[in-house]
Design a protein around this ligand. Structure first.
Ligand SMILES: *Cc1c(COP(=O)(O)O)cnc(C)c1O
Length: 217
C-alpha cells in the first residue's frame, strides 16, 4: 500500500470530529510531500531539530505538532512556528514555552500530558498534579500559552481492555476539566495500534505514524 492509499483509508474511517496528526518522525521530506498532496496539513514530530528542518523545507501552510518529550532548552528553536505542543509535562516547561512565545509575539497552544499507562517509562502529570496546575495563579497569568486539553499514551500491550481502561480514565479527567476550562477542546489519544479504541473512548485527536508511512527502523 502507498502512503496516499493508507492516508485515504484512515481519513475516511475517522469520524469528522476527530483530527488526524500524521506522525512523520524519521520519515523523509518526500513522504510528507505525498501526504501533503493528498490534503494532509497536520504533521507530528518528536525531535525539534528534525521538525525545524522539515518546516524550512516544506510549504508554510503545514501545522507542525511537537508530540515527543521536550527539553526546555529546545523550545526556543520552534517557538516561531510550532502550532501545538502535545507533551507538556512540567510547570517549568510551560513557563519556558510562555517566555519563548512572548519573544515571537505568539500564543502557543499546549496539551498537558497525563500519565495513564501502568508502565512508568511514560512521561506526564498524575491527576493530583494536573488539578493543582490548572488552578495555579502563576500558570493562569501566562499570556502566551493556551492550554487546549490533554494528551496521553496507553501502555504498550496487547491487552485491549487495559488500553480501554487507561483511555477511559484520561477521558473522564478531560471531561471534568472541560466543564471548568472553556479553552479545553482537544483530547489527544490514540496511535496506529489503538486509535480505534481511543476514538470509542472520546478522543478528538489521533496521532498516527506507521499505519500511514510504514514502520520505522
Ligand atoms: C511515534 C508516536 C506516535 C505514532 O506512533 P505509531 O504507532 O507509528 O502510529 C504517536 N504518538 C507519539 C507520542 C509518538 O511518539
Amino acid at each position: 500500500m502507498s502512503i496516499k492509499q493508507n492516508l485515504t483509508t484512515i481519513v475516511q474511517s475517522l469520524p469528522d470530529w476527530v483530527t488526524l496528526v500524521a506522525v512523520s518522525k524519521t520519515k523523509p521530506i518526500a513522504d510528507i510531500e505525498q501526504a501533503y498532496e493528498e490534503g494532509q496539513r497536520i504533521f507530528g514530530e518528536n525531535r525539534v531539530q528534525e521538525m525545524t528542518d522539515k518546516w524550512h523545507a516544506l510549504p508554510k501552510d503545514i501545522e507542525w505538532h511537537m508530540i515527543g518529550h521536550l527539553q526546555r532548552n529546545k523550545v526556543k528553536y520552534m517557538a516561531e512556528y510550532v502550532t501545538l505542543i502535545h507533551g507538556v509535562d512540567s510547570p517549568r516547561l510551560l513557563k519556558e514555552i510562555n517566555k519563548q512565545a512572548k519573544k515571537h509575539q505568539r500564543t502557543i497552544s499546549c496539551l498537558l500530558q497525563v500519565h495513564i499507562a501502568e508502565e512508568d517509562t511514560k512521561f506526564g502529570f498524575d491527576e493530583r498534579e494536573l488539578l493543582e496546575l490548572v488552578d495555579n495563579e502563576e500558570f493562569k497569568a501566562y499570556e502566551h500559552i493556551k492550554i487546549k486539553g490533554l494528551m496521553g499514551m496507553a501502555t504498550f500491550t496487547d491487552d485491549k481492555e487495559q488500553i480501554r481502561r487507561e483511555f477511559k480514565s484520561l477521558s473522564l479527567l478531560y471531561k471534568q476539566l472541560k466543564n471548568k476550562y472553556h479553552d479545553f477542546n482537544i483530547l489527544s489519544m490514540g496511535m496506529s495500534g489503538d486509535y480505534d479504541i481511543a476514538i470509542e473512548e472520546g478522543s478528538t485527536m489521533v496521532r498516527i505514524g506507521s499505519s500511514i508511512f510504514g514502520s520505522r527502523n
